[in-house]
Write a protein of this length. Sequence first.
Length: 72
Amino acid sequence: MLDRSFFDHCPIILKNATNDWGPKPFRTLDCWFLEHGFKEKVKELWNSYVIQGKCVFVLKEKIKLLKKDQRK
């Protein structure tokens, strides 16, 4: 809060901090699971990704690729 000047109120400064929390989480909608062939398509895509590295890295990269393909 700032000091009053010639107005009858105290101005307030609002700060909008933008935090970078990293990549957005992978999300799905429940209705996708009701779509015929959705699970099979996800399995097909998941198994088509060939990533080398540590398990955590492979998981992260596969989720990133699946998220990209999900948008298509």
